[in-house]
Ligand binder design. Structure first.
Ligand code: NAD
Length: 391
């Protein structure tokens, strides 16, 4: 049970208390309030991290609900650029609505459309510990100075450049390196997917070289402006950014990628060839076992289940009650995996709108320094999301 709660703070401190390290808030000035209590593990709920979402779109609305599901963090506000249908969802969820901008006229436009707007971005940052920037790709960079000026921690998404942020993140690859950092970038959906299956392989084998092709969805289901709608569009930048991006979270993996966009909205599909080192000791079966031991990977046999395309994977996600039809896990077809000598071939499917969502939650804990063990954070994140969605 919480004994005290900061309302205006951005600064989260740690102090010695009752023989251990417990977090405490510095409240408007210098007063420190211990958040203490006795729960199942003896400490109970020790901290509630205040999270702002800047950009309540495809990723933003999903991250907001994933935050809302956790008992150690809460949404203090979400932003919209202007009154639009997304505001209704925020209102229904009870998330305080803010304007992405500070201009008075832009804020006033919300009231004219019947929404209560609590202020501009600066107001929101004033009540947050961490902001998750979910603005469209390449747009977020312009927001960084506002976060730095406000003294809040920040998480960008994969549409931003690693160099702009200076850190990147996936839960299994480099949670520890991100502990207490000022800001990070949760890598793209494709890079997150590659990291999920390649990092365990790298850690088992000690070295790994990879060539892969991203067969990318043309647009998200909610997009009306992107394509192609009747073509296969190769990414004429070789290698594509995906492989090198994996190296921002696991530089030890030697990986190149190519990419093509195809006319589908459902999922991405990866065709991966991994070269294992001599003496790796693995078999096709033990590679599958290795992945099965790792979180956020689903392995199913296409022939046996009749889940042979991304359409059926998505139907499966809907059948098992996943909100918005999301699939946070990477889907690996068991019968599409083959280890031939030192060369491993496999396919995996990535639900682009959702695989990065739980990663954002773990990244919040990493930046705030509240959980140093990535596996503990992942388990906590996923359990809370399942419970929140009644699964
Ligand atoms: P989106 O277009 O669905 O949502 C972006 C939201 O940000 C919209 O509500 C938009 O109004 C708002 N916005 C516009 N300008 C803004 C600004 N200056 N500051 C703050 N917000 C602003 O985009 P998305 O698909 O949610 O993508 C968000 C980020 O996540 C991008 O970096 C993208 O590359 C990355 N990402 C997207 C996917 C995906 O499949 N959609 C997957 C992984 C990562």
């Amino acid at each position: 049970m919480m004994q005290g709660r900061a309302t205006t703070t951005n600064s989260l401190l740690f102090a010695h208390h009752a023989g251990g390290e417990l977090p405490c808030f510095r409240v408007s000035g210098s007063e420190e309030v211990f958040i203490d209590g006795l729960g199942e593990q003896g400490l109970g709920k020790v901290m509630v991290i205040k999270v702002a979402i800047n950009g309540y779109g495809t990723i933003g609305k999903r991250v907001a609900d994933a935050v809302d599901a956790q008992d150690d963090m809460e949404i203090v506000g979400v932003t919209k650029t202007r009154p639009s249908f997304g505001c209704d969802l925020a209102v229904r969820k009870g998330y305080p609505l803010y304007c992405t901008f500070d201009e008075k006229e832009k804020i006033a436009a919300f009231a004219k459309a019947g929404y209560t707007c609590h202020g501009g971005l600066t107001d929101l940052l004033g009540v947050a510990d961490v902001v998750v920037d979910c603005s469209p790709g390449k747009v977020g960079a312009a927001n960084k100075s506002a976060y730095v000026d406000a003294g809040v921690k920040f998480i960008f998404q994969g549409g931003e450049k690693h160099d702009m942020v200076g850190m990147s993140y996936t839960s299994s690859a480099n949670h520890e390196a991100n502990l207490n950092a000022d800001g990070t970038r949760v890598v793209s959906c494709n890079t997150t997917g590659l990291s999920r299956t390649l990092v365990p392989l790298y850690e088992r084998c000690g070295s790994l070289k990879v060539e892969c092709t991203m067969i990318r969805r043309a647009a998200d289901p909610g997009d009306s402006k992107k394509g192609p709608i009747n073509a296969i569009k190769p990414v004429l930048k070789v290698p594509s950014h995906h492989g090198p991006d994996v190296m921002t979270v696991k530089p030890e993996i030697d990986i190149n990628s190519m990419a093509v966009a195809v006319p589908t909205t459902l999922m991405h599909c990866h065709s991966i060839v991994a070269f294992l080192p001599e003496g790796h000791g693995l078999t096709t079966a033990s590679v599958l076992e290795l992945w099965a031991e790792h979180p956020r990977i689903i392995i199913m046999n296409g022939g046996e289940t009749n889940i042979t395309t991304t359409a059926e994977v998505m139907e499966y996600a809907r059948d098992i009650g996943r909100k918005w039809g999301d699939l946070h896990e990477i889907f690996v077809w068991e019968d599409g995996v083959k280890l031939d000598g030192n060369t491993l071939y496999y396919f995996q499917a990535i639900h682009q709108e959702s695989d990065v969502i739980p990663e954002n939650i773990d990244a919040i804990r990493a930046l705030m320094g509240t959980e140093s063990d990535w596996r503990v954070s992942v388990a906590k994140t996923d359990k809370a999301i399942f419970a929140y969605n009644g699964l």
